[in-house]
Structure formats: structure tokens, C-alpha cells
Design a protein around this ligand. Sequence first.
Ligand code: PLP
Ligand code: SF4
Length: 738
Amino acid sequence: MMEKGEEEAEKDKGNGNQNGSSSISDRLAELSGNMEEINRVKRKYPMKITRYYLDLIKGKDDPIWKQAVPAVEEVEDDFNQEDPLQEEEHTPVPYLVHKYPDRVLLLVSSMCAMYCRFCTRKRKVGRIQQIPLEDIYKAIDYIKEHKEVRDVVVSGGDPLMRADNEIEEILRRLREIPHLDIIRIGTRMPCVQPARITPHLVNVLKKYHPLFMNIHFNHPNEITPESSAALKLLADGGIPLGSQTVLLRGVNDSPQVMMELMQKLIKNRVKPYYIYQCDLVKGVDHFRTSVETGIEIMRSIQGFTSGLCLPHFVIDGPGGKVPISPQYIKDITPDQIIITNFMNNLYSYPGIKKGDDRQLFNKHIHRIGIAFNLKKTLDKNDRFDKYAEFDDLDTINAIRVALEKAGYEVVLLEADKDFIYSLKDSSIDFVFNIAEGIHGESRESHVPAILEMFNIPYSGSGVLTQAITLNKSRKKEILDYYHIKTPRWQVFKNTNQKLDANLHFPLMVKPDAEGSSVGITNDSLVHDIASLKKQVSKILKDYDQPALVEEFLTGREFTVSLLGNPPKVLPIVEVNFDHLPANIHKFDSWEAKWIFDNPNSPVDPIICPADLKPKLKAQIEKVAKLTFEKLGCVDIARIDIRLDNDGNPHVLDVNALPGLMPDPKMNSRFPRSCYAAGMTYDQIIQTILNSALKRYNLLLDPIKERTKQRTEGNGKPHQDVPVHVEVAPLKAAPPQVP
Ligand SMILES: *Cc1c(COP(=O)(O)O)cnc(C)c1O
Ligand code: SF4
């Protein structure tokens, strides 16, 4: 058989003008009309076609022709390499490729029944003498000595080019090796010479189970009654059959052809195994398609036919096969994975509720403290709005629940005078900060300052931003500096100060450093010097701080919620004053916020999303983002904006600790914006947290972490990525499918 193989190869390299092959040449000449090119190419790359396969050709350049008949492009390719898979470098003994730890490729024949024009081992097949059996036995000895090898792929050329008794001897020696679990044979015979699959051969093969066979079909026209009969013989012999297909331009690079092929294979009890992206083999370049073509084919088959018909699409290279898949994962967060199905519809799958998954995403953060100031009952002598900015238990609890759902342990830390002591004892890793501060002109910056002293990371803006955003006039100076419009203003430190000639009534009088409309009442809007003086003196006395006097803008009022870094602008809120009684001015006063808007009131003072012309909306968003950035806000902020007479947005205020009341009826503006964007309360809190963790580099990339875990989990020491990686050009399909 060996000698006969050589003879055939020799014969085909020549004119092929002898014996049975003369009719092959005649038929080819008849189809091509011109043998000159074919003859020129086959001097470099041998040609051999079985009579059976030739008869499948329906016309010149059809998919069968292209696979079998030499084309001039083969000798014009000076782009690709002879051995792109670098098999020679992974060859410890002749005729054995050891690339994976547990698998080897054993080459037992240098010949094939037909020489595929796209063959990855084009450099070898049909060009060397048949492989000596002695060399094959030496390679088998190598397997015997390497106990880690549990799977051998018997390949070539085509192993079935050898005589049955030779095949039997090779299989017998392999089966004697105790650590060898499975034997696979790669062959193209059922496709190109089905008559080679005889009952005698099958009787030989089935003695050496578990024995698998990988066959090689590239086009539905290759599945004929003859090949079906051959496959039936093999399948009836209990040999599990898998198919390998090379993606070839002009042969099978369309979803329809590929799906038909896969369906015909499975009907013949062949499980589609691999589709190979074409290797970068010299002489094969004209067969290459883009990788996207393969991805598109996979996308078009998935979902439209049985999962049984789905192979893996792989790119082969010096580093082994790499599966390439359409992208079905759109996003992964600790909360959920967003996926698309075959129809491109989006679905989400939730994360694991408690604990476990957090470990994966975040190794450093286990316990989170919530720093807050709890609303107290007013004492007799307390100012009515003393605790307006503080949070109620409902809010603190809702935040706690959201963090717990994300898998963290939560500790409540009231930011009072005992804060430092509770912090020291709490062994927390992170603080979710909503504390407004209890004393002092920069009180909102105190908790951040203390946390920085303890080197504990926290959510929300830092010391400087918290201090500045609480101080309205400082904040306006910065806005001015960056040419962000804000109403003209003047600070009054006593009642004797003269009103700046540039300021025009009506004017608003506010405490310079308060939030939540504290100190802004219906009386804050003044129309003359007398009431201005009265209001300024009230602020100085009641709020123990300078008064900010600014021009009153007559346009619509908005508040803009920003979340993340850089921030996303959430749906804009318009504050609606239409429901206020005639004697109440139309601005966001204490009365408007807390008296005429309460959970029992029938009117909703919040319009979200605000009805805005696209141009104005874009203007407002731009101003809000610029303000966020220039004031150094992070994670979360709410920016109040009002239009002047001409419709220009002015920044009224920046709130780096916006209220987070969960109950939508409470009209807490930041959550209302988020709800309008489709978020849940838990998502709001978790987004703030994750934005902060990301800033501190504490949010680990879930995909990287999974990969790391996998590598660490295989019992081998985890190898770091080498600093310098030699970038090897990738190759395509392996030839081990003879
Ligand atoms: C493809 C291949 C194998 C077998 O790999 P599987 O993915 O298990 O089919 C073994 N060795 C080499 C060199 C190969 O190219
Ligand atoms: S692809 Fe397989 S059957 Fe075709 S020539 Fe190469 S080794 Fe032989």
C-alpha cells in the first residue's frame, strides 16, 4: 500500500497520462478547456483527484472544482507562510506534533486520496515518500513515555491511505498505552473516496474503541448516496463521527450553504465539530474570507437550526485553536448580565443576590458604612428648618437594603460627635456618604475629611468640592471664572452694606451656605431696599452667616441629576409652580418644597422628563456637565438651573449631596430623575457605589477576574502575562483533517 501510494503521487506529479488516470485528465481538459495553467501549478503543488470526486464536479469553478483543481493563484501567493501553525517547532519526534498538554497529533501518512488545494500541510502532502512505519512506531514510543497524553489524533495526509493491516498495527500499539484514553482518526476518505470505507476496515477500527473519527466535508454537494453509505458503515460500527469544515471563499462562505451542509451532516449522524477560519498557508490566500464572514455565518445558523448542527468556529494558530463567536454578552455588572439572543433581542440575567458574587467582583470591600445625619425631633427653641437637610430612617434603611442586596455587610455610622469613635471600631472598608455635617461653614466636608484622615475610601465628592458647593458665593465665583451663567449677586455681611448698582430688583435673599431651601422662604423675594434690609438682617441673625443677594430670574426652573464619572445626565426635572396659591411666589421656596408639596397633596410639582426643545435640552445638559466638572464633583450631584427672561440657562445651585428619599411620592428630585430613566432605587445606590469603587480602582473587571480565577483554579501556578509578547501571525485551519 505504501509503495502504491508513492507510485500514485509520482504519477500525478507527471503528466498523469497513464492507466486509469488518462480519463481523469481527459475529463479535466474537457471541463477546463485549457490544461496549461493546471499543469504549470501542479509542478509546484501536486494534483490528485479521485474519479469519484471528479464526477461530483458539475462545471468549471464550481465548489467541488475549486477544492480539487489547481488554480494560478496558488503560485502567485507570496504573502503567506509554508508552516503558519509552526508545527515543525512543536515536533519533539518526527511525525508527532505536541502542542497541547494532553493531546498529540500523530502523522501516519504523507498522502491523500485527493490533494485539497487549500490544505494546511500543502508544504508536505504528496511531496514526500510515504512515512516509514518504523518512524511511526518511534513516535508511538514517545506517547508511551509521556503519561500526560490521553488523546491522540491520528492524521496525515490521510491515515486511511495506509493498508488495513498497517492501520491495525498502529491502532494496536496505541491501544496498548494505558494512559491513552481516546484515539481519533482524521480522514477525508468518506468525502473523496467513500469506497475506501469497507466493512473490513470498520471491523478493524471498532476493535480499538473508544475510537472517534473526524471527517472533512466542505460543501453539501459532497454528501451523496455513496458518502452517506460510508458514513452509515462507520456510525453502525459505533464510531462517533465529527466533522471539520474549512471556511473557503467561493465554496461555502454563505450561511445558506453552511447551514445546509451542517444539516446534512447531522442527518448522517455526523456531529459538526469545527469550522476553521482558513489558515495563512502559502498558496492558499485566494481561499481566505474575512473572519467576520465566519462570525456572520455562526450568527445566522445559531437559533435557526438544531444546536446539534452548531460547530465551533475557530482560528488556528501557533498557540492552538481559538474559538471565535458572535458577541452575545452586551454587559456584565455585579447585578446582571445583559445578553442578546439570535434575533438580537436583549435579555438580562440577574446576579447572585447575596455575598458570593461580590467576592468575585470585589475582593477588597466587604463592610460598608453609611455615614448619615439622622433627622431629629425639633426642640421648643429650635429653628423650624434646623434638620431639613438631614435624612430620615426610611432613606437610610433603603440605602442599607440596596447595599446588602449587592452583597455587602452594612454598618450604620451616625456622623455626630461620636463618629470618629464608631469609625475606629467598625472595621469598615468603605463609606457610603450622605452626611450633611453638624456644625461649621464647611460642615459637608467634615466626613470626607475625617475619612481621608483614616484613609477610608468613600462615595461622593471630596473635601474641597463639598466645602465649595455648600458656599453659594464661592461657588458662583468659580462659575463666573468658567463663564458659566449664574444670576448676578452680592454678599451681605452686615445690614449697612450698600446695594451694588448693577443689581436690579426683584432680588432673592438667601443664607450663603445652606441647602434644601433652608432659609429660602416666600419672603426671600424682595422688591425694595426696606424689605431687602429686613431679609438680610433676618439671615444674619437666624442663620449666623452672610446673606447672598441675587437677581431673581423669571424663567422656568429645572434641576438636573448627574450620575457617574464622567457623569450621565438623567432625565431633567422641571419644577412646576402652577399649583401654588396666588400669594406664594413662583420659586423653589421652603413653602413650595415642604408645605405645598407633601405626600398628601394631589398635585405633582415635578415634571420629569421636562418638556424641552432639543436645543434647550442640549444647552441645559451642557451647562450641567460643565458645572459638575469644573466644581470637581464625582459620582453624584444635582444642579439647579433657571432660565432668564431670554431663555438662557443660569446655574442657581449645585448640590453634591442631593436628597435620596426612596418614596417617589416624596418627590426627592434625584431619585425621581433616576426612576424616569428606568432605574430602581437599588440601582441608584449601587451605581453611586460602583462609580466610587471604580474611581478608587476597587471595582474589579468581572471578565478579567473570571479568567484569573480559571487560570488560578487549574492547580498550576498562575503565570503572569509576559512583558514582551512575540506577536505571531495567526494562521487558519488545521490540516489535521486530512
Ligand atoms: C486541533 C489539534 C488537536 C486537537 O484539538 P481538539 O481541540 O481537542 O480537537 C491536537 N493537536 C493539534 C496540533 C491540533 O491542531
Ligand atoms: S486537507 Fe486533508 S485530505 Fe486534503 S490534502 Fe490536506 S491532508 Fe489531505
